[in-house]
Design a binder for this molecule. Sequence first.
Ligand SMILES: Nc1ncnc2c1ncn2[C@@H]1O[C@H](COP(=O)(O)OP(=O)(O)OP(=O)(O)O)[C@@H](O)[C@H]1O
Length: 611
Amino acid sequence: MADYEMEESTQNGMDDAFFGVAAPDHPKKTLKRLWMSVNNQHKRLGVVLVSVLFYTFLSVVAPLYSAYIVDLMWSKIKDAFANGLVFSITWADGGRDIFFLLLIYLVTGFFYVLQSFLMASFAENLSFRLRNEISSKLNRLPLSYFDLNKPGAILSRMTNDLDKMSEAFQTGILRLFTSIGMIFGSLVMMFRFNILLTVVFLLFMGISLLATKAVSGKTLKFALRRQECVSEVTAMVEENFSGRMIIKAFNQEQNSSQRMHKATRDLAEASQKADFMINAINPGIRFINRLGQIVIAVLGGNMLLNGTMSIGVFQAFFQYVNQSAEPLTELAFMVNSMQSSLASLERVYALLDEEEISSEPALPDIIKRAEGYVDFSHVRFGYTPEKVLMQDVSFSAKPGQKIAIVGSTGAGKTTLINLLMRFYELNGGQILLDGKDIHTLTYANLRNNFGMVLQDTWLFEGTIAENIAYGKPNATREEIVAAAKAARVDFFVRTMPHGYDTVLSNDGENLSIGQRQLLTIARVFLCDPAVLILDEATSSVDTHTEIEIGKAMGKLMKKRTSFVIAHRLSTVVDADIILLMQNGNIVEQGGHNTLLKAGGAYAELYNSQFA
Ligand SMILES: Nc1ncnc2c1ncn2[C@@H]1O[C@H](COP(=O)(O)OP(=O)(O)OP(=O)(O)O)[C@@H](O)[C@H]1O
């Protein structure tokens, strides 16, 4: 009978399967969708199905055939013994049967290899396809989606969920199908051989299934606790990594490792309990199964002795017992494992069904290079429909003008830029570039006309040259160097060990904040956009670097319409238009002197800082 054993390495992965933690909400719908997702692989699945049918058929037939051969051999041995002859086998008398039995084993093995290979390529094909679909989907999702969902959850769709699904298809489904065939076929044969022994077998199987169910019910609590602890430890590692500087700055290393130790201790305890429950049941189930085998052996032996059962049938019966007991005890796990992978697939499909950014116009307007007219006309916007942030915002910028956006934190400065770049959709009004509604342009055309330098610089793992050429990958080395010179960063790059070929890792961690910002300015220089968006450097850089950045930005702004998010009023004095924002709206707009003379909110703010 089956030994209730689980390999150590797969034990954790089987938690879901064992305890049935995750179940799909709409299994039928998900299966239908899956069927459509594999429309290029229906033939392959057909071959697998035929192979599974042959495999199970041959696996059930082999013991039956072996019973016949063993009985044949036994009678030949008895005859030879009774007549004092030497026991021999000829091709026609037994040899052919043995050959066919070996052939059956060989063909069974062939079908096993065939279906495993086909299912592995089926599963990898499917996860490859879904992974690609997710990655293109992520590019079509609006930024609001990323505001609402944690990066970890999105990552997990790409990795854990697809891996789980692939694993379930590679092994789970095959085992499920062959198990069902094997249990059914073996039980039919066993009943055919001996009803009493089969009933005894089913009785013991029932007891071990009940025992499994009783324990797994109780253990669910521990498995859930283990999952919670894993998430806690992961979150803490992430927190400790990203906050490593602050942790050191506040001398909190010890405190943070104590918290970490506590989390890992909780995880160890939870895992110990969960593992113990899984392992503790093994000997119990094994004992029940062995007991069943002993009873069958005693009863069967008795039948052998009184001649109601042949030795061939006796051994074949035991083969069926082995063949069906394991799948029977594992059937519940297999079904749970399938359910949990369907739940994973459901999460993947949910991501693929998320609402996308508005589609682009069929016949878009084209602005090759904007002159630089930007108009906001009665713009209304809220990040969520319930909470409107921007009630009615209007202003006009002419080519080459510098527009300074000022306001306290949370006033809506970044929001204004987000709308200009069409990162979010408006709830009302219009934004025009060179007189054209930005909705009539493609996203690419609109953004090609803009260059952005934000305080949060983003550099990727690659060389400095590749980082500068991010917006224009086919730029020549001369163009890259010219852009770096314009951004006043060429000198610094040349001091790096490999100059422009120095590889930046981990978001340019080996550079200072100022250097990183100058590189992103060079990136914009290279693209030479018509409209600029600049986030003025704050106190995170020293005065000298601030002056360098200021000079580079000043040069970049020449002959371009520029929107500058200003953090210090001293830098907005020369702006053509100052937009003073409060609670998402523009409360005052105009030149510095005009606003000062008006004696409103801007004058008050300015005087409070400089008077
Ligand atoms: N992605 C978002 N989802 C929901 N609300 C947001 C989002 N981004 C900003 N907000 C809210 O919108 C308001 C304006 O934020 P915004 O970032 O535009 O301010 P800001 O003037 O740029 O501030 P700061 O100078 O601190 O960067 C704030 O109340 C903020 O909480």
